[in-house]
Design a protein around this ligand. Structure first.
Ligand code: DXP
Ligand SMILES: NCC(=O)COP(=O)(O)O
Length: 250
């Protein structure tokens, strides 16, 4: 089965937060994404709420429940008490735990599974008790032992951190070994019954090779590149609408 697409709304929320105005609306754009066949919506609320606000979570939960009951809500973040409370309130189908420092601009590494084994065992158990599927953000460095620890702490899935792969956009000759290491990590996970997600800096250009190397990829979550494309491919019609609003005959 082809990988499912979960649309990450963080970039939309970040644009919205430039002004004290309700647009672009995470609800409206989330609705368009789901109407267009995305299988879920992803958010990564950070403690300073610089992208997704905590109040967005109920809006997205209601959107899914009321209009797209087959879709999934995926919430990503570092497991603080505040994060557990957000998950308890929003009841996401999937939680992806990410080892982010609050000051980090964006996610840039997976868990150190050896160091955080006990911590993750507790966090995963708490989330599973809430009924959430749990995925753990993992470096795609081919470390099979790390993947075994991800399984041992009770996770259902890992999410491969694809930032270094996405970073090869201007030097595709560097992508081969990075893709192979991601593939080896996925092979190790799938062999022990862990499903595999992937995300970070994925694009229309780099997805085909990724899904070819990892045909059993369960889900990709994509925000930044997808939002950039939405702007680029939506710009022409939008300029025509504004020209009409100016009274121009278009
Ligand atoms: C875990 C991950 O790689 C992404 O979810 C990332 O956190 C996207 O969030 P930002 O768009 O806020 O960088
Ligand atoms: N989990 C990765 C994600 O949700 C989106 O990352 P990006 O496409 O914004 O880099």
């Amino acid at each position: 089965m082809p990988a499912k697409l979960s649309v990450n709304l963080n970039a939309i929320a970040m644009l919205r937060n430039r002004r004290d105005l309700p647009w672009p609306s995470v609800e409206a754009l989330g609705r368009i994404a789901l109407k267009s066949g995305a299988s879920g919506l992803t958010v990564h609320p950070r403690p300073d709420q610089r992208h997704i606000r905590f109040s967005d979570l109920a809006v997205i939960r209601n959107l899914i429940d009321d209009e797209f009951p087959a879709a999934e809500f995926n919430i990503e973040g570092y497991p603080t008490e505040e994060f557990f409370e957000l998950c308890a309130g929003a009841a996401p189908e999937q939680v992806t735990l990410v080892p982010d420092d609050p000051a980090q601009a964006t996610s840039d590494h997976g868990w150190d599974f050896r160091k955080y084994q006990a911590f993750l065992t507790d966090a995963v158990a708490r989330l599973k008790a809430m009924g959430c599927r749990v995925s753990l953000f993992a470096d795609g460095d081919g470390d099979a032992q790390a993947v075994e620890i991800a399984k041992a702490v009770g996770a259902d899935r890992i999410e491969l951190y694809t930032g270094p792969y996405g970073g090869c956009y201007d030097a595709p000759e560097r992508a081969g070994p990075i893709l192979e290491a991601l593939g080896k990590t996925a092979d190790a996970a799938l062999a022990i019954g862990l499903a595999v997600n992937a995300g970070h800096d994925l694009t229309v250009a780099n997805l085909p090779e990724l899904v070819k190397r990892i045909p059993d990829l369960a889900e990709v979550s994509i925000g930044h590149g997808l939002t950039a494309d939405a702007l680029e491919y939506g710009m022409a019609e939008t300029v025509r609408r504004f020209r009409r609003a100016c009274g121009q005959v278009v």
